[in-house]
Design a protein around this ligand. Structure first.
Ligand code: SAH
Ligand code: SF4
Ligand code: F3S
Length: 424
């Protein structure tokens, strides 16, 4: 037992959890490997947000169980995360060969019980400094969710919302910056509801901004109902907090928004968008949306299309509604066929893809600042990064390294990536 292999499904919170489980394992002398074949421990971090996410995770688990059976050396298989929380030990009956099921709510305290699951490899703990990851890291500031949007499984698999103490967040960020992190993305299902006594998200951002060596701060997800003008003012005044707001709209019709229990109307949402645009004219605004929520009419769907044309998002994550057992919406009969959902989704994607393309194209000829995150696979002079909004970049040049913050000129757009050249 000495090496592990990770496969992570789902959102950035899962990436952060996989990262902290990896660190805990490395701290105990385990090494990460690149393929499942060579690993002693296989871990699948799962998502339950849509049916499709669960199907994919189960497929992977079955493949790993088969690999475990056919392998010469003994292997262990763990399933962790949101589907592990939802399905629990029933997964072990469904897929033979799973050794441990660790639900998402237990991952916050992984350090406290991992010793009971695994021996320390080599008998000795390894200093954290040996367990470094890349220049851009995710840092959860809240966990769980109390919003209970009627379609959503997250509150059931992640539990009640709580904020992590600001001092703990700051300590963690300082440690990671010392180990080479240059950019943090603060995470929560609703980061706007972060609160420790009278310290909210804007004050937390101002506090973290002061950390030497930390070049950039991002945060996600902002729930439109809790997004304050103080937050927007804090962003606008800062040159370290990126000008990117991810504000999931979910639907463009007031009746559907109400049925979803989102807590805002189209009018209040558009007011927020205006406030963002007024304070940060070049900000990237992105969103999540779904089509085919139970009883969504054709004209309500059209309201979503209209809203997309009006807002002009830089990018959008677009989904077909997927009923999740145990949620309020799943009790309603589905009135929209899978076929119809697909048609609506395709129409929305068409409109948004054209907008995204144009948003990227508008950047050609302009200067922007990118944080280099890694090298593009197999290319020694091509570097991936992200600009000071939400746009993906590829930068060519000599003497570039992950963690560099570079001024670049955009020379071309592929529609979803800005091709850049370093200035001086
Ligand atoms: N906390 C975030 C998002 C969590 S899940 C928020 O409040 O926006 C990410 C996205 O998945 C959601 O924004 C929503 O668009 C989508 N989603 C959630 N449940 C879904 C379901 N049952 N069917 C389809 N899409 C869903
Ligand atoms: Fe789900 Fe709504 Fe919570 Fe987001 S805010 S995680 S969509 S319940
Ligand atoms: Fe994230 Fe999926 Fe869980 S979206 S919180 S990994 S259900």
């Amino acid at each position: 037992m000495g090496s592990f292999y990770f496969e992570t499904f789902g959102c950035q919170m899962n990436v952060a959890d996989s990262d902290s489980v990896s660190l805990a394992l490395m701290h105990r002398g385990y090494t990460r490997c690149e393929t499942a074949q060579e690993a002693d421990l296989l871990i699948v971090n799962t998502c339950s947000v849509r049916e499709h996410a669960e199907v994919r995770a189960k497929m992977r688990l079955s493949q790993f169980a088969a690999l475990k059976r056919s392998s010469q050396s003994p292997k262990k298989l763990w399933v962790i995360g949101c589907m592990a929380e939802r399905a629990g030990d029933s997964l072990r009956k469904e897929i033979r060969g799973i050794d441990a099921v660790i639900g998402a709510t237990r991952l916050e305290f992984i350090d406290q019980f991992i010793d009971g699951l695994l021996p320390i490899s080599g008998g000795e703990k390894v200093p954290a400094a040996l367990a470094q990851s890349g220049p851009s890291i995710f840092v959860p500031i809240t966990r769980g969710c109390d919003n209970f949007c009627t379609y959503c499984i997250v509150p059931y698999v992640r539990g009640r919302e709580h904020s992590i103490p600001a001092a703990d967040i700051e300590t963690q960020v300082r440690q990671r910056v010392e180990l080479g992190a240059r950019e943090i993305t603060l995470l929560g299902q609703n980061v706007n509801s972060y609160r420790e006594n009278d310290l909210g998200l804007p004050a937390l951002l101002r506090r973290l901004e002061k950390i030497d060596g930390l070049l950039r701060i991002r945060f996600t997800t902002s729930h439109p109902k809790d997004c304050s003008l103080e937050l927007l003012d804090t962003m606008a005044a800062s040159n370290r907090i990126v000008h990117h707001m991810h504000v999931p709209v979910q639907a463009g019709s007031d009746r559907v928004l109400d049925a979803m229990n989102r807590g805002y109307t189209k009018t209040t949402y558009l007011k927020l968008i205006d406030a963002i645009k007024t304070r940060m004219p070049h900000a990237d605004i992105t969103t999540d949306v779904m089509v085919g929520f139970p009883s969504e009419t054709e004209s309500e769907f059209k309201e979503t299309l209209d809203l997309f044309t009006q807002v002009q998002y830089t990018q959008a994550f677009m989904f077909a509604y997927s009923p999740r057992e145990g949620t309020v919406a799943a009790q309603h009969k589905e009135s929209i066929s899978e076929e119809e959902k697909k048609t609506r989704l395709a129409e929305l994607i068409d409109i948004q893809t054209a907008i995204t393309k144009r948003k990227y194209q508008e950047m050609v000829g302009q200067n922007t600042r990118v944080l280099i995150t890694c090298q593009q696979d197999g290319r020694d002079r091509l570097w991936m990064g992200q600009n000071s909004g939400s746009k993906k970049t590829l930068c060519s040049g000599e003497n570039i390294a992950p963690g560099d913050l570079l001024d670049v000129k955009v020379v071309r757009s592929t529609g979803m990536t800005l091709m850049c050249e370093r200035i001086s």
